[in-house]
Design a protein around this ligand. Structure first.
Ligand SMILES: [Mg+2]
Length: 237
């Protein structure tokens, strides 16, 4: 393997995303109860989730922009309750602040610093995390998100874009992610090398032809594998 750059998925690869999303939903619900009790009564947390799924089905072209889908959801919820000048921006601000209040996996920071000592690193996400708020932005050389570029993983174009931005051909980029389809199969079909970040240690769920080149249950193991890999590639003089 000739690895010249590494790209990382974010949600569920650098931090668990579900706790932050659940808390963000609760924050919006508390705010609605306080400021718009009619809307809170009409739209429970679960009802808003269902509405968002319905809106996602109606707006397939927005599948790459989860923030836009959440804003449309709030617009529709407010409209159904006859709220004039719906405070969609405020609802989104509350959701987004909590969504970015993530807790990194314990070894994320150390592992990233070890890996970026060898090769340039990039982010490649279908989510809408704000790495500046999370405090990791400075660690990466390039950032690619589906909301900004208009296509989402597993579309090969988003992998080609990160490869272009890194200035490294896809065959020499190692993509690391937790999602077998979005990350591993997508990156593989774009010609990249792949790591399945399999934190739970579960069985590979797709046909063998899509299996990742490497598989680790935490990022420390990946960083150690890369340390060894680069030590062997560049023997001491
Ligand atoms: Mg992920």
């Amino acid at each position: 393997m000739d690895i010249r750059a590494v790209s990382f998925d974010l949600d569920d690869t650098l931090w668990p995303v579900l706790p932050a999303i659940l808390e963000a939903e609760q924050c919006v619900d508390r705010w609605l109860r306080h400021h718009h009790p009619d809307v809170a009564r009409a739209w429970s947390v679960q009802a808003l989730r269902d509405l968002r799924d319905q809106i996602a089905d109606e707006h397939i072209h927005l599948g790459h922009d989860l923030g836009a889908l959440r804003r449309l959801t709030m617009e529709r919820a407010f409209a159904s309750c006859g709220v004039a000048n719906p405070p969609v921006d405020e609802a989104w601000r509350i959701f987004y602040a909590a969504r970015n209040n993530v807790e990194l996996f314990p070894d994320t920071l150390t592992a990233l610093e070890r890996i970026r000592a060898h090769v340039p690193v990039a982010t490649l996400t279908n989510g809408n995390a704000d790495l500046t708020v999370i405090g990791l932005h400075h660690l990466f050389h390039q950032h690619v998100s589906s909301a900004l570029v208009g296509v989402a993983k597993p579309d090969r174009r988003i992998f080609e874009l990160v490869s272009d931005r890194l200035g490294v051909p896809p065959a020499h980029v190692l993509h690391v992610g937790d999602d077998p389809t979005m990350d591993v199969r997508g990156a593989k079909e774009a010609g990249m090398q792949t790591v399945w970040f399999n934190r739970e240690g579960g069985p590979w769920p797709l046909p063998d032809e899509f299996r990742a080149d490497l598989e680790f249950t935490n990022l420390t193991l990946l960083a150690s594998w890369l340390d060894d890999h680069f030590d062997q590639a560049q023997p001491a003089a």
